[in-house]
Design a protein around this ligand. Structure first.
Ligand SMILES: [Zn+2]
Length: 242
């Protein structure tokens, strides 16, 4: 198969999608594959990850869309609608470690009582994407340092907002996703009482179930046990096969 030949040589550069029954290959700008470990951090790869899950089942990266029915995904890095202007992920998927997924399930159940739901912008992120973001933006107030990696790389961070279950409409928040401004800080005062209440609701429900809001992004939440999970560099392509 032609696609198999391409795959072995260009695994991380391509995605294949079906359009009208035809397999179309899309080539991506490389994420710095050869140079991605130049910051001194050596993330866990696929074989070591599989081994770690055997020893510690809670380390499994869970497919959130299947694990939490009703969750809405808008994975911006699988589109060009993100701050890099490039499609970074080859699949619009959201994964998180099992205890993170369990906590999110509790959040969803609580919000449902009030007719609210969750929209996920990003969850697990391969380390090579963090390197790419840093090399595009450099300001570690808003993008993670590749020397330490992101909590997204550990499968322990979620970017999300609230939606109305009936309409699917996002609740009004102080800024859009990935707005790298002071307005996005959860401590910045908000004049509009509705926006203030929405942000407070999101932060309160997440913190009640074991997350902590990021100090410069109202949409980013770290799971409190993140230190127990390693930085990973596994492409979505491999996770999808499990
Ligand atoms: Zn984030």
């Amino acid at each position: 198969m032609f696609s198999d030949m391409i795959s072995s040589a260009n695994r991380c550069f391509r995605d294949s999608i079906r359009v009208g029954g035809t397999c179309v290959l899309i080539f991506f700008i490389p994420l710095g594959v050869c140079a991605q470990y130049k910051y001194g951090l050596k993330p866990t790869g696929y074989p070591a990850y599989l081994e770690s899950v055997k020893q510690h089942p809670e380390k499994e990266l869970v497919d959130l869309e299947h694990y939490i029915p009703g969750l809405v995904l808008d994975i911006r890095y699988a589109t060009t609608n993100n701050f890099t202007g490039e499609r970074i992920y080859d699949h619009a998927k959201a994964y998180a470690r099992r205890p993170v997924a369990d906590a999110l399930k509790e959040v969803q159940a609580e919000l449902k009582k009030d007719g609210l739901g969750i929209k996920i912008f990003d969850a697990y992120r391969p380390y090579k994407a963090t390197v790419k973001f840093y090399e595009v933006y450099r300001d570690t107030t808003y993008v993670a340092s590749p020397y330490k990696g992101s909590r997204h790389n550990r499968g322990c961070a979620l970017d999300l907002t609230l939606i109305e279950l009936k309409t699917g409409a996002e609740l009004k928040m102080p800024t859009g996703y990935d707005s790298f401004t002071k307005q996005a800080w959860p401590t910045t005062s908000v004049a509009d009482p509705v926006v203030r209440k929405n942000r407070q609701r999101l932060i309160e429900v997440m913190e009640k179930h074991g997350f902590r809001v990021n100090s410069s992004e109202w949409w980013h939440f770290d799971f409190n046990g993140w230190k127990n999970f390693e930085v990973l560099d596994i492409d979505f392509d491999l996770l999808n096969r499990l």
